[in-house]
Write a protein that binds this ligand. Structure first.
Ligand SMILES: [Zn+2]
Length: 151
């Protein structure tokens, strides 16, 4: 069974951004947290992590250094799921950056979801969605901006 983290677009299939780039969900996340603190959303509404997501968070989550915005007791962890053709419908929870990059090298395109989870109170929200990059395409080299004539 595929879980759905808070904030994931409910449309079927794999959502992609118009330009195929990264989509940030921070604003949506922050507005959910605001609604919770105003009392318009209950813990039941926002702390509904799927058991699979909680398990992934416990076993594979990377500490974020941020405290949980809901229970304010535990540190959030981030888990990354990869979705794509020939992968399970519920996605694959990657255990390392190395594993993540191995999915990027596949011929079939993949989409990655980073989800923050509090394994204590079950708060969860999608943080960002981004397409897996092909390793054959080299990232543009960053050049330092032209000097602005400051002496
Ligand atoms: Zn929490």
């Amino acid at each position: 069974m595929a879980f759905r983290p808070n904030g994931e677009p409910r449309a079927g299939g794999i959502p992609t951004s118009p330009d195929g780039g990264q989509v940030e969900y921070r604003l949506a996340r922050n507005s959910v947290i605001r609604e919770f603190h105003k009392g318009r959303l209950s813990r039941l509404d926002v702390c509904d992590a799927h058991p699979e997501l909680l398990r992934a968070g416990r076993n594979l989550g990377r500490p974020t250094g941020d405290g949980c915005p809901i229970c304010e007791q535990h540190e959030l962890v981030e888990v990354t799921f990869v979705f794509g053709a020939k992968l399970p419908p519920g996605g694959i929870c990657v255990t390392s950056q190395k594993e993540l990059r191995s999915y990027w090298r596949r011929e079939d395109p993949v989409v990655c979801y980073a989800i923050e989870v509090c394994v204590d109170c079950s708060w969860n929200h999608l943080i960002r969605m981004y397409p897996g990059r092909s390793a054959t395409r080299k990232p543009a080299s960053r050049r330092s901006p032209a000097r602005t004539g400051r002496s």
